[in-house]
Write a protein that binds this ligand. Structure first.
Ligand SMILES: [Fe+2]
Ligand SMILES: [Fe+2]
Length: 135
């Protein structure tokens, strides 16, 4: 699996596009590390980084939603919260015993989530922002 950046993922918001690319790169790096068979501790470090970076990115989008009175905020924020909860849950389980959540499939799950989320949810937010630019 290699996630590829493409024009259809571009929101037109410089910082958000930068963060999306960084998330995509981090998921590709995570996948490479899994393929290379790195130590479980390194996998957990990478998951922790992904969670932290995703949280930061979600806060940024939620700030834009709030500032622009985005009507879909509640549902969109719910998608963010659910992903964070899922990753936190995976990390908690792995902290108990890494065998509880084998890493196979984690990168694909995160990659699918990111691409679908950008296309379905973020695009709606940025269409709204183009119509209601912030001053
Ligand atoms: Fe996003
Ligand atoms: Fe989002």
């Amino acid at each position: 699996m290699k996630l590829e950046w493409s024009e259809r993922l571009e929101t037109g918001h410089g910082l958000v596009d930068h963060q999306h690319r960084a998330l995509l790169d981090a998921i590709n790096d995570f996948d490479d590390a899994l393929q290379a068979g790195v130590a479980p501790a390194r996998i957990d470090e990478m998951l922790a980084f992904l969670e932290r970076y995703a949280r930061e990115h979600f806060h940024m989008e939620e700030f834009l939603m709030l500032r622009s009175y985005f009507p879909g905020m509640e549902l969109h924020k719910d998608q963010h919260d659910r992903l964070v909860q899922r990753v936190t849950y995976i990390r908690d389980l792995r902290a108990q015993d890494p065998r509880l959540v084998p890493p196979e499939g984690l990168a694909a799950f995160l990659g699918d989530w990111l691409l679908n989320h950008i296309l379905q949810w973020d695009m709606a937010l940025f269409a709204h922002l183009r119509e209601h630019p912030l001053d």
